[in-house]
Every structure is written in structure tokens, then in C-alpha cells.
Design a protein around this ligand. Sequence first.
Ligand code: NDP
Ligand code: 2IT
Length: 455
Amino acid sequence: MTATLTDFHPLAESVQPVFDTVLARSPHEPEFQQAVHEVLGTIAPVLEKHPEYVEAGILDRVVEPERQIMFRVPWVDDAGRLQVNRGYRIQFSSVLGPYKGGLRFHPSVNLSIIKFLGFEQIFKNALTGQGIGGAKGGSDFDPHGRSEAEVMRFCQSFMSELYRHLGEHTDVPAGDIGVGGREIGYLFGAYRKITNRHESGMFTGKGTGWGGAEVRTEATGYGAVFFAQEMLAVRGDSFEGKRVGISGSGNVAIYAIQKATQLGATAVTASDSSGYVVDDAGIDLELLRQIKEVERGRIVEYANRRASARFVEGGSVWDVPVDIAVPSATQNELSLADAESLIGNGVLAVSEGANMPCVPDAVAAFQRAGVLFAPGKAANAGGVATSALEMSQNASRQRWTFGDSENKLREIMSDIHRAAFDAAEKYDVGGDYVAGANIAAFQRVAAAMLAQGVI
Ligand code: NDP
Ligand code: 2IT
């Protein structure tokens, strides 16, 4: 599923040397190179207007993480065997606030993937306007098939090292692939025990009974749908009566399905790494949640229990005709061929629920075809934005209702859409949300770096 890119198209003269340094310094990090190339490919016009950013070496500095932490995570499995995983935390930028970003537990995790995610997070978090820096972490640990006790022991070992680098004013992790409410509970518990501090604001995505914010669980999926709603509204369109294709069946996918359905659309697909299901009657959310959140089962189970659904093993979920696509599984899951089949089937809008799910050629194809395209750093920013709302509530010992929190999320997504839309207009690339999001975010980061000096 993960494509490896070997060549990148040349960039503007003002940014190519920065990319050359990234290639030389990080030669074996294709996902990181891909994420940097995407940002650099859109911000040369900003540098033309702001030569002071070039003089201050803003780009040279922003592509180098402030701190990279890699550590051994030893633990003992249920059979008494010693296991060793590798842990990561890439603290990329704290210029706008404490480091903030999720932890991913998945066997594919490596330095390149965590660095691409940390780099994206700087700009995503800038777009939220909430004073949070960028970071990402995780491990190549695979929670699938592990017992509760094994997951808990792993989380405790992971935190026995990472705790010293965290704190509500230093670095505030949250979930990502393979890290949900269960793992956050064990990680937070370990931090509390080791530090002897119940420091609510040092982790987000906590249980709502012990400091977690309402809507944080739903926020990323809801936000990706709200962003698509904003893009459609510009063209006088909406979700009403549309067929929506969603990949993945985890945290982001489930709540994207829920919100799209609430807005009058029919969500017809879900997937996992074994294949996908198509349900023309609309995904039955309670059944999907039962299988995925409660039983932690495979997606085929959904088709086994639902007459209107069929399971397709392997294959591409993007072969299914839909009006709106919300890729919500993982990076580089949507290829050029997938984009072409979506375009051939008349797709109107694509909103990236996952981080970098569409390969660069797919993004270019959508844009050439006039499909509304929202990059993940804008479209999925609702998750981290609601994390920042959780931090605010923790700091002020408040608890907001579900309704108030959802309204706030909707407002934030509308603001992000507006910032990306306006930046694209201002720089004569109207309708290009990739360029608009990068420009709007980069300007916020660059202005703060300039003000805070060479550090
Ligand atoms: P979950 O672990 O809850 O779900 C991930 C889903 O994607 C599962 O269905 C999983 O299937 C599938 N998947 C993951 N990796 C692969 C792979 N290599 N190949 C095929 N399928 C895969 O994660 P989330 O829903 O939290 O995250 C999904 C995406 O959204 C990620 O890109 C993440 O970075 C991004 N994101 C998440 C946010 C959040 O708040 N959680 C915020 C912003 C972005 P299987 O179980 O078979 O592996
Ligand atoms: O990719 C992401 O934005 C996340 N996984 C959520 C990060 C957060 O701190 O809530």
C-alpha cells in the first residue's frame, strides 16, 4: 500500500537547495522527503514577497527537527518471551507552542514516517491558530492480536522512557493509528505513577471521566467532513443525497461516516488492511463500531452480518463509484490509478482524513480534473484542534458540553477553510487548497521564527 517515490520534480530556485540538503541528510526517508517536497513546492511565492525569511534561514531551520528521540522499549509477552521495540518522539517545532502531535503504534513505523508526520504537524497545528507546536511519535509495536495485559505492559515500558520528555508546557502527545482510548489510559497512568503528578494537560484524548474533552474522539472524522462541506458550499453544493467513499475503519473513518450520514449522505464503504466492504444501503454505524471498537475484529465480519454488504478481499476501495471521497486509513493509500478511477466515476470532492493518503500524482490528477481537493494538514486538523480545546479545559478546570464543543470544532474548520481559501486567492492560485493551506500555515510559523531569533 505504501508507495516509495524515487524522483521528485524540480522546485523553484529559491527552495531547491533546501530540498537538496534534506535529500543529502535524510537519504533513506522517502515519506519525509515527500512531505517536505510538497510544502516547498508551494511556498516559493511567499519567499519572493518576504526576502527576510530567506535571510533568516527559516526554511533551512524548519526542515530540521528541534529534537529527535529514539529509544529501546523492552517488554515481556504473555508467553514470557522478551520483546524489543523501538520508540520515537520527533519534537519538530515549538515556535508556536508546546510540542503537540499523536503517537502511532504500527509495525510499519520508522524514522521516515514519524518525521513526515511531525513535519506535517507543524503546519497543521499552525492552521488551527491555537498555539501548539509540531511533534509526532510512536513505535513499531503492533497492538493487533496482543492481549490487554501485553498492550498495558508495552505502554508502561514505552512511557518509562518517554515521560522525561513530556509535560503540559513541553510536549503533549495524543493518539494516532493503533493508539486510541485504551492505550492513552495506560500511557497516562504510567506517566502519573512515574512523575507523581496528575498532570491532565500532558496528554489529550483522555477518557471523558478523567479530563478528556467531549468530541475529541469524533473530532478528526467530523472535521474532515466539515471541511468538505465548506468546499462544497463554495460551489453551492452539499452532502445531501451524495454517495461517500471512506477508507479505513478506525477512529477517523468511523466518525467521518457518522457525520456524513448525519448530513444526509450515504456512506457506502469502509476498509482495513485485509480488504473493503461496500454497502449500498449505507454503512450501519452501530454494527461497524461493535466489530471494530468492541470486538477489535476484521472488516469481513461486517459483510458476514449485513445482508446489503459485500466484502472485497484486497482490491481498491476507490474502484467504488462515489461523489465524495474521504481517505482515512494511512499514507500513500490512494494511487494515481485510484484517482483516475474516482475521476472517471465523477467524484466531486476529496477530503484527506488521513495524513498524506494521496500520492502526489493523485493530488495533481484531482486538481487537473477540477475536483475539490483538501490536503490532510487542513482537512484533518479538527482532531488536534479539539486536543487544544481539551488542553484549555484542563488548564481552566472546565468541562464543555458535546454541543458547545462540536460548534467550536465547526467554527475552527470553517476558519481553516477560509485561511486556506484566502491565501490561495491572494497568491493567484485560487481553488488550490494545497498551496493555500501551506502558504497560510508557513506564514504563521515563519513570522514567529523571525520574531524569536536564530534559536
Ligand atoms: P486507527 O488505528 O483507529 O485506524 C486505522 C485504520 O486504517 C484501520 O482500519 C487500519 O486497518 C487502517 N490502516 C492503517 N494502516 C494501514 C495500512 N498500512 N494498510 C491498510 N490499512 C491500514 O487510526 P486513526 O483512524 O486514528 O488514523 C487514520 C489516519 O488518520 C492516519 O493517517 C492518522 O495519522 C490520521 N489522523 C488521525 C487523527 C486522530 O485524531 N486519530 C488526527 C489526524 C489524522 P488495520 O486495522 O487492518 O491496520
Ligand atoms: O495527526 C494528528 O493530527 C493526530 N494524530 C492528532 C494529534 C493530536 O495531538 O491530537
